[in-house]
Design a binder for this molecule. Structure first.
Ligand SMILES: [Zn+2]
Length: 159
């Protein structure tokens, strides 16, 4: 895609990887973020770039809905770490425990019948993540939707 090629030439990508963005509006927003040099998931920037409300905040994590839910999903939550970390090895046991407490809360609160939980980490070539700042996706497929197709999560970029 030529538009992403020209963005790449602006300089090194630090916090986001536009190759892994999916929607036109998302790509436009990510261009803005790349030009700003800011991490979109760091708390000081989140309000600027993330338009859906925070549903729950714990000591270490925020729960919100993905502004660009995957196709065929009934729920697509994002769980965002409140400090900037990119690798699992940087997480403390307390941050890990807090994460699962929040997941249990969400399962009960939204009466989630089942679904999937995905956390990408590290090098975006391997993760296919669009934002490096550690975050997870909690997904409930919309199995009753006409023409439903199972939700598929991409891990790793084709070169
Ligand atoms: Zn960050």
């Amino acid at each position: 895609m030529s538009s992403t090629q020209s963005v790449k030439n602006l300089g090194p990508i630090t916090f986001v990887d536009i190759d892994n963005a999916r929607e036109v509006e998302q790509i436009e927003l990510m261009k803005q973020i790349m030009e700003s040099g800011e991490c979109p998931f760091c708390l000081e920037n989140l309000k600027k770039y993330h338009r859906t409300p925070v549903l729950k905040e714990t000591e270490h994590w925020l729960l919100t809905r993905n502004a660009w839910p995957y196709d065929n999903t009934r729920e697509h939550f994002l769980i965002i770490l409140k400090t900037h970390k990119e690798r699992l090895r940087e997480l403390s046991p307390d941050e890990g425990a807090d994460f699962f407490r929040l997941m249990v809360w969400a399962e009960k609160k939204f009466d989630l019948p089942g679904g999937g939980l995905v956390m990408r980490f590290g090098d975006t070539v391997y993760s296919a993540g669009s934002v490096k700042h550690l975050h997870a996706q909690l997904i409930v497929p919309d199995i009753d939707k006409p023409g439903f197709k199972p939700t598929r999560i991409k891990i790793g970029k084709a070169r």
